[in-house]
Design a protein around this ligand. Structure first.
Ligand SMILES: Cc1ncc(COP(=O)(O)O)c(C=O)c1O
Length: 365
């Protein structure tokens, strides 16, 4: 069986370093926050190229705390519209709702699956913020998004949960383009920990200081409480795991790119549409998503060949009934691809024999 993502093997590479980090934490006295979290925050902000990073409990919390903070700091008002693509994980829209804001759902470009300027422009007059999601690991066109946001004087908050290490042609990394960015370290992510974890990167000092407080009950450095806060701290053990894994992120992403390049050049089948890749460095292939004719049949076919797969995502957010009362939906659809997409196995430990089997299987479908 070719597993979609063998997390035990991915983490197995780091066991002795994990053990060392764990020993340090157990023998020290900072089980919550302290050195381990501060060390990772510094490493990760340096990696992304931002001045600040705050470790939090999850990607959902990272997005929610950014948006809530901007409401509390007076940069957004309750009920303001926030542009969110319809093809993303539900967390992107939930964060907007939790912050008392209104998701304005916009169809993504059906080729890149990312937000497109013309679709943003259709909603721009109702929006006070945009959340570009670097979906599947591919950077959105941040140049055009930032320039339209600047003209309208609205906030840009990157959802970089799937794009750790993706960079543009100038080497600028995901998480450093907008006013702030949210990352998830959910175990399946390119940089994943051994449980839940997330982070916010930003150059906005005021936002940074606010989130430092509200992730920890609203507590000031002097021990008093000045905000109605949360408990959303990145766990010290997870931070230590992430510091170990961050060292391998670039080389892992490079392996992912090499496999993606092979899929793109060797998968040739008129029933299969390959992803559109704008610039190889701008993609870190969290998911390699193809479109296939007759997906139910393709799933049976892969299953018979013992090849794992995933679907990102089975349903567009505009079709999620639970969101009906909370969102504005796009008026006309240009992207009903959710019935055809399927993600093939792609990870840094995928052996050559499996790559070949996957390519052969897709070609003979
Ligand atoms: C695009 C996107 N946004 C947000 C999240 C939420 O992250 P988490 O699961 O850590 O809350 C995820 C991951 O699951 C995601 O893929």
């Amino acid at each position: 069986m070719i597993e979609y993502l063998p997390l035990n093997k991915i983490n197995g590479r780091f066991l002795s370093s994990y053990q060392e980090s764990l020993n340090e934490i157990i023998s020290g006295d900072n089980l919550i926050l302290g050195n381990s979290v501060e060390k990772f925050e510094k490493l990760f902000s340096d990696y992304c190229g931002t001045n600040c990073c705050v470790g939090v409990n999850s990607g959902l919390d990272a997005l929610t705390l950014i948006l809530k903070s901007y409401v509390e700091l007076g940069k957004l008002k309750k009920g303001d519209g926030v542009i969110v693509p319809t093809n993303t994980f539900i967390a992107t829209a939930l964060a907007v709702i939790h912050a008392g804001l209104k998701p304005l759902l916009v169809d993504p470009n059906p080729e890149t699956y990312n937000l497109d300027l013309k679709d943003i422009l259709a909603e721009i007059n109702h929006a006070k913020a945009i959340i570009p999601v670097h979906l599947y690991g591919q950077l959105c066109d941040m140049g055009e998004i930032l320039s339209v946001a600047k003209t309208q004087n609205i906030l840009v908050i990157e959802d970089a949960a799937q794009a750790h290490g993706a960079e543009n042609e100038n080497g600028q990394k995901a998480g450093s383009f907008g006013h702030a960015a949210a990352f998830s370290f959910y175990p399946t992510k390119n940089l994943g920990c051994l449980g839940d974890g997330g982070a916010i990167t930003t150059n906005d000092q005021e936002l940074f200081e606010h989130i430092l407080k509200i992730r920890n009950y609203g507590k000031n450095l002097d021990g008093n409480y000045s905000e109605i806060g949360f408990n959303s701290r990145l766990d010290s053990i997870q931070a230590a795991i992430l510091s170990v894994k961050l060292k391998e992120l670039d080389s892992d992403n490079e392996v992912r790119r090499k496999i993606a390049i092979r899929y793109c050049s060797e998968i040739i089948n008129s029933k299969v549409k390959l992803p559109t890749i704008k610039n190889i460095k701008s993609h870190v292939f969290y998911a390699f998503v193809i479109k296939v004719e007759n997906r139910p049949h393709f799933i049976e076919y892969l299953t018979a060949k013992e090849i794992g797969f995933n679907i990102h995502y089975p349903q567009l957010l505009k079709d999620e009934i639970i969101l009906n009362n909370f969102v504005n939906k796009p008026s006309k659809s240009n992207s009903d691809f959710s019935a055809n997409i399927i993600s093939l196995p792609l990870h840094p430990l995928l052996p050559e024999t499996d790559i070949k089997k996957i390519i052969d299987a897709v070609n003979s479908y």
